[in-house]
Design a protein around this ligand. Structure first.
Ligand SMILES: C[S@@+](CC[C@H](N)C(=O)[O-])C[C@H]1O[C@@H](n2cnc3c(N)ncnc32)[C@H](O)[C@@H]1O
Length: 414
């Protein structure tokens, strides 16, 4: 019987992933059925456990304990050698241990230990240390070492499991071991989830605040957009989806909408505007001063195509320029940058397809959030937003356009 009390050894625990829950249950069941049969729990002269940590944890003083009279580095090498050889570790876990061994060996070499000493300290052959050194020299270019990417791809289901387990109080190292991923991956998933949750809370609060400031009815107003914008609260609009007049002398309208957008858009909110091809460089320059250019999407025309005689081009698509305030809030929702429009011109000569507005509203906003269209026309954005249970506000200076938009809205939602 040994005189020392076995205690966990931080250095070894830090190198080895914890036993996965099913393996631990299996070990426990075996101890309960057969009693203690395995090799001794090996400990350092001061009691730090070299090997048998899980057995000691489950079976305590009923384990057979043997003290090995070895120095620190030899004890560590023994711990790694025992565990990597015997335990059912996943490839990722073995790679993690290998990575730690490699780093430790390289550090010892830098500290002046011989290859043989470094090899003994981490439990590998001298040849392995020599290979690691050669590789580390190759991986160094311009003084910068390229570290291997240890991130692991985890499915959506897997991510949900990770978050659930961590929220239930399971230590991250244990979750990593149970799911066969590395701990950095677990930590990344948990951080991303917490960030998403926080963003969701903020989005909800902003949507509720926006709803409070909107008029109850009359959200299709006959007025200039600059006037309507004055009624919009700061950071209340999730998306500006609009189709300003295309003429070159309307460039200042685009710039003005962007300027207003930089105030009323939520952080990460978007401005999407249709425009003619010939205006793209100018609009980019005008809007780019206040909002960040994000992407140029395209809408492929249905029906008859316009012929631009001035340019000698048959127009098959129109640009939908996308700008964001800051950076796009939700990059997890993928969008196609090409949509196929249907021809809908029964309400307004410039009427755009409702399906296009719906496509973008659905992906760039959440129900309850506010969509603003400063150039209402026949009310396409308003109808699409309302169908998708988003709040909307829109206006047009033209009385006929407003009459058409209100009639269309009343007809759709009668
Ligand atoms: C290209 S149309 C919009 C068409 C709309 N997307 C649809 O699907 O029917 C542009 C509209 O902007 C309106 N407009 C022009 N200047 C405006 C201003 N300063 N304030 C509000 N509306 C304006 C025009 O009257 C016109 O109806």
């Amino acid at each position: 019987m040994s005189e020392v009390t076995p205690t966990p050894w931080d250095r070894v625990q830090g190198l080895l992933p914890p036993l996965a829950a099913p393996q631990r249950d299996e070990l426990k069941a075996s101890l309960e059925t057969h009693g203690y049969r395995g090799p001794p729990v090996y400990v350092m002269p001061d009691g730090r456990i070299i090997d048998g940590h899980n057995r000691y944890d489950l079976w305590g003083s009923r384990c057979v304990v043997e003290v090995l009279d070895v120095d620190e580095e030899t004890g560590l090498a023994l711990a790694l050698a025992h565990n990597t050889a015997r335990r059912q570790l996943t490839t990722i876990q073995i790679n993690q241990i290998r990575d730690t061994q490699r780093k430790t060996a390289l550090r010892l070499r830098e500290q002046g230990k011989t290859q043989a000493e470094a090899a003994a300290a981490v439990g590998v052959s001298q040849q392995v240390v020599s290979d690691w050194q050669a590789k580390s020299m190759h991986n160094t270019s311009g003084g910068k070492v390229h570290k291997p990417d240890v991130r692991t791809k985890v499915t959506k289901d897997g991510k949900e499991k990770v978050v659930k387990a961590v929220k239930a109080g399971v230590p991250q190292a244990q979750v990593a071991a149970d799911l066969g991923v590395n701990q950095a991956t677990v930590s990344r998933i948990v951080t991303e989830d917490a960030k998403r949750e926080q963003e969701e809370v903020e989005r909800k609060a902003r949507a509720e605040a926006a709803a409070r400031t909107l008029p109850k009815d009359n959200r299709i107003q006959q007025t200039d957009f600059r006037h309507q914008a004055e009624t919009l609260a700061d950071e209340s609009v999730a998306l500006i989806f609009t189709d300003p007049p295309y003429a070159r002398d309307n460039l200042d309208l685009y710039a003005e909408v962007a300027r207003i957008g930089s105030r009323v858009l939520v952080p990460g909110g978007s401005l999407l505007c249709y425009c003619g091809q010939f205006l793209v460089p100018d609009i980019y320059a005008a809007i780019g001063k206040t909002l960040r250019p994000w992407w140029i999407a395209a809408v492929q025309h249905g029906g008859q195509k316009a012929r631009m005689t001035e340019y000698g081009v048959v127009v098959c698509w129109k640009p939908l320029l996308w700008f964001v305030k800051g950076t796009r809030g939700d990059k997890h929702t993928f969008v196609d940058d090409l949509t196929i429009g249907t021809r809908e011109k029964d309400g307004h000569e410039w009427q755009q397809a409702e399906s296009e507005a719906a496509y973008w509203i659905e992906r760039l906003t959440k129900p309850g959030e506010l969509v603003w269209d400063p150039f209402c026309g026949s009310g396409t954005t308003a109808v699409a937003a309302h169908k998708l249970k988003r709040l909307f506000l829109t206006c047009d200076v033209d009385e006929r356009a407003i009459t058409t938009a209100r009639a269309r809205f009343a007809e759709v939602f009668k």
